[in-house]
Ligand binder design. Sequence first.
Ligand SMILES: C[S@@+](CC[C@H](N)C(=O)[O-])C[C@H]1O[C@@H](n2cnc3c(N)ncnc32)[C@H](O)[C@@H]1O
Length: 199
Amino acid sequence: MKTSHKIIFGNCMSMEELSDESIHLIVTSPPYFNAPFDYQGLFTSYDSYLNVLKQFSKEAFRVLQEGRIFALNIDDMLVDGIKYPIVADSIKIMQSAGFRYRDKIVWKKPDGYLRISKRSGVLLQNPYPMYFYPDNLLESIVIFQKGKFNYRSKSKEIRELSKVDKKEFQDNKWHKTLWEMTNVLPGSYLEKKYCCFSR
Ligand SMILES: C[S@@+](CC[C@H](N)C(=O)[O-])C[C@H]1O[C@@H](n2cnc3c(N)ncnc32)[C@H](O)[C@@H]1O
């Protein structure tokens, strides 16, 4: 089957290129609030960061078709010793925009993965109370839905063409809420070639 693809370089806070109810699926990974290394100092305040999510949530709700899914890859962020509750806040924001909070997938990165610091080293060097600084290997993929999907609206033929590979799902455990996936690793060929991060 032939498909066509269009890439729009635009602002998610105002997606005038897209008409109402024109989108079947939204998958997005917004910037992590002032993440050390990747987005240091990008936002002037946490409120201004949440404001981007608020604007985007309204636009996402507008462009998505009834019943369709919006997957938000996001995580709480530790900045200068303060952990910002981004997952909880973004769920509230998406709910306010009208989305139904359906599920949360936990994405576990490989045990050896660390982008910046090895915080857990503190405890390993000082194995005493008050030295517990765990390294984060997790991200969330929060699943929202706009209303309910009408399963009867799709013909048998369309359903068959869209069928998922059951074996692949079972082998990779995609049908569970813990996904173990290797991300683009720091310093790897893929990061050097395609990523926007600058060192
Ligand atoms: C965590 S990265 C996601 C990277 C992407 N998933 C990939 O694999 O290349 C966040 C991306 O959001 C983009 N971004 C930031 N603000 C945006 C906005 N207002 N509208 C659209 N994209 C934005 C950044 O440029 C960055 O590429």
